[in-house]
Structures are given as C-alpha cells and as structure tokens.
Design a protein around this ligand. Structure first.
Ligand code: DC
Length: 228
C-alpha cells in the first residue's frame, strides 16, 4: 500500500475518470473513491423522501444525516445508503439528473466533502469535480481529465445503450451539455482545473494509452512504483 498517497482526478463526465481511477487505484493498491456516486446517493435519498429538490435547507440537512458508504475494491465498488446497496439504482437517468441539481447546494457539498476527507485520509484515488481544488487541495498528484464533448457524449451513449436500446444520441449530448453547464457555472466549487493539475486530454486515445501517461506522471511526481 502506498500509504497516504492522494491522487485527485477531476473533469467532466465521459472523460474516462472512473475507468482510469479504478485502474490507477488497482495498480497502486489504493482505495478508490468515486465521489459522484456519493452525490448520486444523496439524490436517491431526496427522491425517496417527500422533500423538494428546491428546498436547499432540508436537502442539505438530509445530506448531513444520511449514512453513505463505499465498500469493496476498485473493481467491485458498492455504494450503500443507510446500509442498503444502491449501486445499480444510482445509475438511472432520474438519479443522474437529480444529482446534478442537488450537487449545486452548498450544504450538500459541505457534507460530502467532509465524508470524502474522512474516507480518503489514509490514501486514495478520488474522482470528481472538486477534488484537487476543494476536497484535497494538497493532493500529491492532480489530474484534470477531459476529452472533446462529442467523444464524451459518444462514450456515454454507448454505455447508456447497453441498458436502454432506445436512447437517442442527440438527447444524450444535450443532457450532458446541460450538466456540464451546471457543474461549471455553480457558485460553490464549480468544475475547474486546479492550477497545479496535469491536463490530460483523452480524445482519440485508448484507455491503455491514457493509463500509461497517468502512471508515468504518478511515478514522476511521487516516486511510487506499482507493487510487484
Ligand atoms: O461523476 P458523476 O456523473 O457520477 O456525478 C454525478 C453528479 O455529481 C454530477 O452532476 C456532478 C456531481 N459531482 C460534483 O458536483 N462533485 C463531485 N466531486 C462529484 C460529482
């Protein structure tokens, strides 16, 4: 275990953050924390309550009191809400949309940031939108992973199609652009690259090529080698 090593991966959706985060965590024997899944779990809790997503105070209080946990290793990460495995439910379109809305609420962000710091303190690969800027501004290695919008939407479209053969590319593209806009323009912790992040553009590259690039950055910056 590379003790206390924190690797931040931020960027928009569809850039490859979760696949690469998992690969890095596995190669370096670190915990993998998908922070988006935590906002998704809060969104599901809101949908299952009688609260309105517009009630910032009540949604913020709910985020502070629900028990959200991440269990398992990078390849079999499960997300629990009050002890219940919600890993599949939080991938629905409705939860995706709701998580984009409730993640703009400052009290929700405060609760999630606190939990993420707790979970990651002994070393982790974390992916999200504000890891290098807010959650772990002193992370040893920070990446800002991106790709051209058309390619990101293509990847999302192929993923979504495995669950729903009727999805429409134009709709996927429009929804993704709207969520990008919300993520990047919110007042509290908008999606942006930390000044000291390494920009990685995955457009046109294979996952293995991007992984090699990221691994050599990690090795160069932290001196760690994957356990043999
Ligand atoms: O990465 P994802 O699509 O699973 O994230 C779900 C939502 O949560 C997305 O709309 C952005 C938001 N999010 C955030 O605001 N901050 C993070 N660190 C991670 C995700």
């Amino acid at each position: 275990m590379n003790k206390n090593l924190i690797i931040a991966i931020d960027g928009p959706s569809g850039a490859g953050k979760s696949t690469l985060g998992r690969m890095l965590a596995r190669a370096l024997n670190l915990l993998y924390i998908d922070t988006g899944s935590m906002y998704r779990a809060v969104a599901l809790a809101v949908m299952e309550s009688s609260l309105s997503a517009k009630d910032d105070v009540a949604v913020g209080a709910l985020a502070g009191r629900v028990d959200i946990d991440l269990e398992g290793d990078p390849d079999s990460l499960r997300v629990t809400l009050e002890g219940r495995d919600v890993s599949d439910e939080i991938r629905s379109e409705e939860v995706t949309e709701m998580s984009s809305i409730i993640s703009t609420i400052p009290a929700v962000r405060r609760a999630m940031v606190e939990r993420q710091r707790e979970l990651g303190q002994r070393g982790a690969v974390l992916n999200g939108r504000d890891i290098g800027t807010v959650v772990f501004p002193d992370a040893h290695v920070k990446f800002f992973l991106t790709a051209l919008p058309n390619e990101r939407a293509e990847r999302r479209f192929h993923e979504d199609r495995t669950q729903n053969p009727n999805v429409d590319f134009e709709e996927t593209f429009a929804d993704m652009k709207e969520r990008d806009r919300r993520d990047s323009t919110r007042a509290d912790s908008p999606l942006k690259s930390a000044d000291d992040a390494i920009l990685v553009d995955s457009t046109g590259l294979s996952i293995d090529e991007v992984f090699e690039t990221m691994m050599s950055v990690v090795q160069g910056k932290s001196g760690v080698r994957p356990p043999s």
